[in-house]
Design a protein around this ligand. Structure first.
Ligand SMILES: Nc1nc2c(ncn2[C@@H]2O[C@H](COP(=O)(O)OP(=O)(O)OP(=O)(O)O)[C@@H](O)[C@H]2O)c(=O)[nH]1
Ligand SMILES: [Mg+2]
Length: 236
């Protein structure tokens, strides 16, 4: 289903960097050379739950040997192919710490296509705090049509699990989300981590409502048109 292309991009936009505008522009941009749609997926949750490691695993295929608290946002991109269409999945790795995110929150939710809520299976408070994260998301006008998934991370720490699967499943069902329990650290879970983002990308691809601008060049002129989407065969 998903063929990965080699060109992964990584960037950052935070209070220490002046490139915020250019990175934000990516969320609505169109890659004219390959007519690629860009799906903006934000990753939200308490500090230290593993958001950076999960996004790194998906876009870079590895677990980072060292991470620091994210300041503002780090954005990473991965080019994928779904049913013959090349798509850029743009992952926004947000800051969990209030002091590092407050000036950025508006930007997180602007034009977002999908949301990944993350908790740490070894830390009950990170699960309990999901309610607050969902409230924040809803409070920023993210409609219920925007797909959301729930991710319980750090499943490799089997002796320390505090959040039972059935509790998480009930919560996910109540909020109309799919649940993924996984580990950014365990290499055997790599495919499972990929499937979080690919599942969302498949669902987004199937949504006809997403703006799709097909670039046509006629007599040297560029014309932008909407193009209907075929029905998706994606299993998720
Ligand atoms: N055992 C284990 N440790 C993990 C896993 N994912 C992340 N960690 C560790 O958890 C710590 C926090 O990971 P980050 O990815 O930086 O957490 P974050 O959610 O991005 O935190 P903020 O940027 O502050 O919001 C780091 O020490 C990681 O090595 C995992 O799947 N298993
Ligand atoms: Mg982080």
């Amino acid at each position: 289903m998903a063929n990965e292309f080699p060109e992964n991009r990584e960037g950052t936009a935070n209070s220490r960097h002046a490139n915020l505008t250019s990175s934000l522009d990516l969320s609505t941009s169109l890659d004219h050379s390959v007519q690629t749609r860009i799906f903006k997926i934000i990753v939200i949750g308490d500090s230290n739950v593993g958001k950076t490691c999960l996004t790194f695993r998906f876009t870079g295929g590895a677990f980072p040997c060292k991470t620091e608290a994210t300041i503002g946002v780090d954005f990473r991109e991965k080019a994928v192919e779904i049913e013959g269409e090349k798509i850029k999945v743009q992952v926004w790795d947000t800051a969990g710490q209030e002091r590092f995110r407050k000036s950025m929150v508006e930007h997180y939710y602007r034009n977002v296509h999908a949301v990944v809520f993350v908790y740490d299976v070894t830390k009950m408070t990170s699960f309990q705090n999901l309610k607050t994260w969902i409230q924040e998301c809803n409070g920023h006008g993210v409609s219920s049509a925007v797909p959301r998934v729930l991710v319980g991370n750090k499943c490799d720490l089997v002796d320390q699990i505090q959040v039972p699967s059935n509790t998480a499943l009930k919560f996910a069902d109540a909020h109309n989300m799919l649940l993924f329990e996984t580990s950014a650290k365990d290499p055997k879970e790599s495919q499972n981590v990929d499937s979080i983002f690919m599942c969302l990308a498949c669902r987004l691809k199937a949504q006809k409502s997403l703006i799709y601008r097909h670039v046509e060049r006629e007599d040297g002129r560029v014309r932008l048109t909407h193009q209907p989407e075929p029905k998706s065969n994606c299993p998720c």
